[in-house]
Design a protein around this ligand. Structure first.
Ligand SMILES: *[C@@H]1O[C@H](CO)[C@@H](O)[C@H](O)[C@H]1NC(C)=O
Ligand SMILES: *[C@@H]1O[C@H](CO)[C@@H](O)[C@H](O)[C@H]1NC(C)=O
Ligand SMILES: *[C@@H]1O[C@H](CO)[C@@H](O)[C@H](O)[C@H]1NC(C)=O
Ligand SMILES: *[C@@H]1O[C@H](CO)[C@@H](O)[C@H](O)[C@H]1NC(C)=O
Ligand SMILES: *[C@@H]1O[C@H](CO)[C@@H](O)[C@H](O)[C@H]1NC(C)=O
Length: 465
């Protein structure tokens, strides 16, 4: 072998070795250990600086120490960075444990962020690790996970502020802190099923909302988290009613002060800073918000109904699914489009129940729409129900990071019906397929809806059922 050739081989072997070492160092997290000696801090000491914590009791607004309740209502902008913070959660599953701050961030920004952690009356400052979620659909902003691994000696962090490392490291009392939620990894939950409705915008579809919320309760859902930008006054009455009953949690979701939100899925359809009203960060917030409060979470929209076919509720359905596909999975339900442009009467002997009393209520009456488009199994044509504790990251359809992945469910076990206007459709009325599953609930649904409409004053007291 020529010396030249040997030289090439040597350099090749060396390059592979270096690359492997680099990957090993990176993957084993050696570059990401906060609080360790190896951690390069910008304008900070090598160790996380521990300072006496001035005001352990919260809130103390008078002293300028701003504690935010972790509500997206109080989105926090990071000074010196194009990052918008939503909420902070203790991530019990990470090793080491960490505080996860869910945020939106300009994807190509290079600014280094730092964690300012309040923990057991100590104050720690160290570099944050940031990761942008893979699903951003090409918009300039993406959903970001900002991670603050717990320094040794800190088990129960209560508040975190995220700052730009380039900014002056001023008085901690001037920082805007988020409360760290999910302090305990609970193993029993106040709710069995929580549905997450992301981004309610310009919403006026009152009748379908009430019908959906009543159907969900028949399924066994006892909580619905609604990320709300705005809605009609009648919708607000319905939301207030269900909030009072304890079914609904409304999470204010108004990003437009900070970002130009797109109303569509792709920049070419409607340019903006972030995908579809910031739906993805809202869904991720919902996952963590209900992680230790709900046995399962479902991620779908108010006009999407997941209906079991052989049993009546999600409670029974989940027993079937866990037996058939294994537990702690994310279960995917195939979408069936039900275009509301077609209102066709069901074939005999079925009849539609009388519902003249709803004629003045704004929105769609789902009981009138029982014809679906022939289903297509497309990669993203589904929504999910999952154990939230086996998932780390969700997206519009399904999960990005989870312990056990997602599994399609048999359409004879359950289906999702997406009842909405389709605009132009490739189907003719005679090609649509009758699916009367909803009618088996109608005898209960109609009176339940009437009660809500009467209690909210949308139907007169003396109206007939
Ligand atoms: C942002 O940082 C700059 C420079 O440190 C400072 O002058 C300004 O007051 C800060 N603004 C806020 C809102 O904290
Ligand atoms: C809000 O919805 C109504 C119909 O429900 C529509 O006419 C209007 O253009 C929408 N407005 C915005 C700002 O999207
Ligand atoms: C929601 O907000 C948009 C933009 O401000 C406005 O045009 C629309 O009328 C609002 N919708 C309702 C139902 O209030
Ligand atoms: C939204 O975009 C417009 C036009 O590009 C710009 O003037 C405005 O400042 C942007 N608003 C926000 C909140 O980023
Ligand atoms: C609907 O509104 C019209 C006009 O206000 C009224 O005459 C009719 O009785 C209403 N129908 C019902 C069922 O409330």
């Amino acid at each position: 072998m020529s010396p030249m050739r040997l030289k090439w081989i040597y350099s090749g072997v060396l390059a592979v070795f270096c690359l492997t070492a680099a990957v090993w160092i990176f993957r084993s997290g050696r570059m990401l250990q906060a609080g360790s000696q190896t951690y390069p801090l910008v304008k900070l000491s090598v160790k996380p600086s521990v300072r006496p914590y001035v005001k352990p009791t919260v809130p103390q607004n008078t002293s300028g120490f701003t504690v935010l309740k972790g509500e997206p209502a109080s989105l926090v902008e990071v000074n010196g960075s194009r990052t918008l913070l939503i909420s902070a959660y203790l991530e019990h599953r990470a090793k080491p444990k960490k505080v996860l701050v869910i945020a939106m961030r300009l994807r190509n920004e290079k600014v280094t962020l730092q964690c300012n952690l309040v923990c057991e009356e100590k104050f720690y400052v160290f570099k944050a690790a940031t990761e942008i979620h893979g699903d951003h659909f090409g918009f300039p902003y993406g959903t970001a996970d900002i991670s603050c691994p717990l320094p040794s000696g800190c088990e129960t962090p209560t508040h975190v502020a995220i700052t730009s490392a380039d900014m002056e490291n001023g008085d901690p009392n001037d920082l805007k802190f988020l409360e760290v939620r999910n302090q305990r990894a609970q193993t029993s939950f106040p709710y069995t099923f929580t549905s997450c409705f992301s981004t309610m915008y310009n919403f006026t579809n009152v009748l379908q909302l009430v019908q959906s919320l009543e159907m969900l309760q028949f399924m066994g859902v006892n909580r619905v988290a609604i990320y709300k930008t705005n809605c009609s006054a009648d919708t607000q009455r319905v939301l207030d009613y269900y909030t009072e009953k304890g079914l609904v949690e409304v999470i204010p979701w108004s990003l437009s002060k900070y970002l130009n939100v797109s109303r569509r899925a792709l920049p070419k359809q409607d340019p903006g800073d972030i995908h579809y009203f910031g739906q993805i960060p809202a869904l991720n917030d919902c996952l963590y918000r209900y992680m230790y409060r709900s046995k399962y979470v479902a991620m779908h929209d108010p006009d999407e109904l997941i209906l079991p076919q052989s049993v009546n509720s999600w409670v029974e359905l989940l027993l079937l699914l866990e037996k058939r596909y294994g537990a702690d999975k994310c279960y995917m339900f195939e979408n069936n489009w039900v275009p509301i442009e077609f209102a066709l009467t069901p074939p005999p002997p079925q009849t539609l129940p009388q519902q003249d009393q709803w004629q003045n209520i704004s929105g769609v009456n789902i009981l009138n729409h029982l014809y679906k488009e022939p289903p297509k199994r497309v990669f993203n044509n589904f929504k999910i129900i999952t154990n939230p504790r086996s998932v780390s990251t969700v997206t519009v359809h399904g999960v990005l990071k989870s312990q056990r992945g997602c599994t399609w469910t048999d359409k004879n076990i359950a289906r999702m019906y997406h009842i909405k206007p389709r605009g132009q459709t490739e189907w003719k009325p005679e090609q649509l397929i009758y699916d009367g599953r909803l009618l088996s609930y109608s005898a209960h649904l109609a009176p339940a809806v009437d009660v809500v409409l009467r209690d909210t004053g949308l139907l007169p007291e003396d109206s007939l059922s």
